[in-house]
Design a protein around this ligand. Sequence first.
Ligand code: SF4
Ligand code: SF4
Ligand SMILES: [Zn+2]
Length: 266
Amino acid sequence: MTMEVDILELSDRSAKFVLSKATTAFANGIRRAMIADVPTLAIEYVNLYDNTSVLYDEQLALRLSLIPLVTDIETYMPQAECEICGGEGCPACEVSLTLSAEGPGIVHSRDLISSDPKIQPADPNVPIVELKKGQKLVLEAIAHMGYGRDSVKWQAGVACGYKNVPIITIENCDACGHCAAECPKSIIRVEEAGARVAEDDVIRCSLCRLCEQVCDINAIKVDFYENAFVFTMESDGSYTAKDLVLNATNVVKGKAEGLLAILNQL
Ligand code: SF4
Ligand code: SF4
Ligand SMILES: [Zn+2]
């Protein structure tokens, strides 16, 4: 059984696709990998040389840590797994970003100057703090690769979820319209011949089954395919949506290969 993927929507930061001929466990493995197991870069340490802004040092550090950074998974590795420095910190596992600003004005993520031109804030317009006249902010921030399972600042996938592909069948309908009035997705149309759901709208069904409950003659039935899923996902910007799904798939593949290597040694 070869899996199939049908892309419904794809943009830089988000995607919607149908994954078929797959098990629920596999679909959930991909979802979990996107939110917990694909490493990203995020600011971990901040050396503050000057901070006369209204924010405490700790508040500033928290804000900086939550700015998504475009991540190059080929160049950087999680610091705890870095074989070059053994976790001490080196160009293979950390990036330095500096910031120097003086008020009046709002400091934005675009004011961070990265030591690696490839590693930049995913969104240049994230406000960090407003400086009044004479207030200063001078700092160096060190970003590390880490996993979403350890902290939300390293979570690349946001709003990642899936549902089974719905099946809606309508037979012997008397066109009373109760189901259409109840449907929260407004996908049921009632015509003279009875209620119907357009083929393209079936995928929008949330499987809530409210239509079944209000149909007195059991004319509408809602079911789903066990092995087909509608995935929706967004990236925080550290990867494009496509690369995040690819990286998540590689994580699942790597785990399966690791298990296979162990079993082969038995
Ligand atoms: S299950 Fe819910 S969303 Fe789907 S068609 Fe029925 S009422 Fe609408
Ligand atoms: S509630 Fe039942 S009978 Fe009424 S329109 Fe819907 S499917 Fe038809
Ligand atoms: Zn290192």
